[in-house]
Design a protein around this ligand. Structure first.
Ligand code: F6P
Length: 550
């Protein structure tokens, strides 16, 4: 017991002290990134290619010595063996006693067999089932209840059963190849349901309900509302059997909902919701982009997997992004991370990464349940550029908070408006430069010489600069490059979770809200039920019950 406590104390102290000591040793807080460019080879040294992506991290506030120290610290903390453990299916999700094997879903058959053994057959059958549905629906062989070709697909799911599909649908819009219009419905808001259904015709809409548990309140309520809509329009329960599919680990519950077994695609406990796009959860996306493009998406992710598994840490893109992210969080004490894709098609990426990162690593106890003595996941936010420039980026330039940023941009756009793309890319590059360079009072004063005097105007025009950023380039946004980007962030998050010593693959933090939500619902119908609500919430519930019109 004593030994265990001593070990925990040392490990906790080491991790916290490591970053604190490293940043004070090199006085990292008081230097300016601009000065690091005195090294004329910096841009070359602090950049790398992997899986057809190019990462420039030279605008980070980190030196070669610091990075080398962090890399050897990661090695000392057994990162290599943890990476191997994930890829070979050890149960690294210890609180749920599960392996974490989304990577195997995008790996070749031989790897599937090596890692999964007999279950590989099940996985391949699911892939075939999914591909068959995509082909038959898009080619008009699988028809609606009344014999119509499907025009629309409605995917119902939330969280990990939604974000990946959403990001894929918008990112790969130019690759929509089947002619099907795919819609997603997540939020438990009647207005969202009505808005979707207004666009759809029951006779030609295929519905896919995605829920690992098939108990998620939002998804179930939405699925029931859409079922009612379809039954009212088509007046036959056969329509549900014919036009609905589900992706779930809970087969019994799906059957009880009214779907036949042949329309249920599996999910496995070794694939976490927010890492599940690569499974049959991707069905709605595959229905939009077709099987070939969906395969390319997986191939891009697999290329990043192989790079992550095999490259040395100093040339390993996910590892470097993770370590630099930890340096920013624990060494320089920056609290947030802005993700700014300069790409309309990637507008859903910041939301997707909010879930992947914050639901994975937004924790403060170790995987063995001890309080962690260091900060973990940053607050992730963002928007597509240039829109963010005309909104929150004012704060990034001139508040006292330094917000590390990931810029993401494709060198070639998909639109024929090439001038637009040039301006978009120019803005992206200019923002990373402005965030880093800043503007001193002296520079601002010099620019104002000869202008009509306005009191203290120069002070208003100074910019703090010194904001670190990564710039991630791809040649073009394709299924492959999107797959590589998503896998890059998945692995970055995994590495950070390992080194923060937490379990990235559970999400207990969402449970209390669900429990209290059940109590609130009960109190809305009967104010005498037992509850744990504060007076504040009781007043709010009263306001609801007294004022609701229906
Ligand atoms: O938000 C909690 C969560 O459990 C996510 O992790 C998950 O992706 C989402 O809810 C949806 O869960 P399910 O797929 O079981 O409906």
């Amino acid at each position: 017991m004593f030994n265990q406590l001593l070990f925990i104390w040392i490990v906790n102290k080491n991790t916290m002290e490591f970053f604190e000591q490293l940043s004070s040793k090199y006085t990292a807080h008081s230097r300016h990134i601009n000065d690091l460019f005195k090294d004329k080879l910096r841009a070359e040294k602090f950049s790398l290619n992997a899986a057809d992506l190019y990462l420039d991290y030279s605008k980070q506030n980190i030196t070669e010595q610091e990075l080398a120290s962090i890399i050897s610290w990661a090695e000392d903390n057994n990162l290599s063996s943890k990476i191997a453990a994930m890829f070979c299916g050890e149960k690294i999700n210890n609180t749920e006693n599960r392996a974490v094997l989304h990577t195997v879903l995008r790996a070749p058959s031989t790897t599937k067999r090596d890692v999964l053994g007999g279950i590989a057959i099940e996985v391949e059958q699911a892939e075939q089932q999914m591909a068959k549905i995509v082909d038959e629906v898009s080619q008009g062989q699988l028809l609606s209840y009344s014999g119509k070709k499907f025009t629309d697909v409605l995917a119902i799911g939330i969280g990990g059963s939604y974000y990946g599909i959403k990001v894929g649908l918008s990112a790969l819009h130019p690759y929509h190849a089947t002619g099907l219009n795919v819609h997603v419905l997540a939020n438990v808001d009647g207005a969202a349901v009505t808005e979707k259904l207004e666009k759809l015709t029951a006779e030609s809409t295929l519905v896919v309900v995605i829920s690992k548990t098939f108990t998620t309140q939002e998804t179930m309520l939405n699925a029931l509302a859409v079922k009612k809509w379809m039954l009212t329009a088509l007046k036959s329960s056969d329509a549900i059997e014919k036009q609905w599919f589900a992706v779930s680990a809970n087969v019994e519950q799906v059957k009880a909902f009214g779907l036949k077994e042949s329309h249920i695609l599996p999910m496995w406990d070794w694939v976490g919701g927010r890492f599940s796009l690569w499974s049959a959860v991707g069905l709605p996306l595959a229905l939009a982009i077709g099987n070939e493009h969906f395969q390319q998406l997986k191939q891009g992710a697999h290329a990043m997997d192989m790079h992550f598994k095999e490259a040395g840490f100093s040339q390993n893109m996910p590892v470097l992004m993770a370590l630099i992210g930890m340096w920013n969080r624990n060494g320089l004490n920056y609290q947030a991370l802005a993700v700014l894709p300069y790409d309309h098609a990637l507008r859903a990426l910041p939301g997707y990464l909010q879930q992947t990162d914050m639901e994975s690593n937004g924790k403060s106890v170790s995987n063995t349940g001890e309080k962690l003595a260091w900060a973990t996941a940053p607050i992730v936010f963002g928007q597509e550029g240039t829109n963010g420039q005309h909104a929150f980026m004012q704060l990034m330039h001139q508040s006292d908070d330094i917000i590390p940023t990931d810029f993401i941009v494709a060198l070639n756009g998909t639109s024929e408006l090439v001038e637009h793309h040039k301006v978009l890319v120019a803005n992206c590059f200019a923002q990373s430069e402005a965030l880093m360079q800043g503007k001193t009072l002296e520079q601002a004063q010099a620019e104002l010489v000869g202008e009509p005097p306005v009191k203290n105007l120069a002070a208003h025009k100074t910019m703090k600069g010194n904001t670190p950023s990564n710039t991630l380039l791809m040649n073009a946004l394709t299924p492959e490059s999107l797959g590589a980007v998503l896998a890059l962030y998945e692995h970055k998050i995994f590495v950070q979770g390992v080194l923060w010593q937490l379990n990235s693959y559970d999400q207990w933090g969402v449970e209390l809200g669900k429990e209290l939500g059940t109590q609130v619902l009960a109190l809305m119908d009967d104010n005498s039920v037992e509850h744990q609500m504060s007076d504040s919430s009781l007043h709010l519930i009263k306001a609801f019950t007294e004022n609701k019109k229906l």
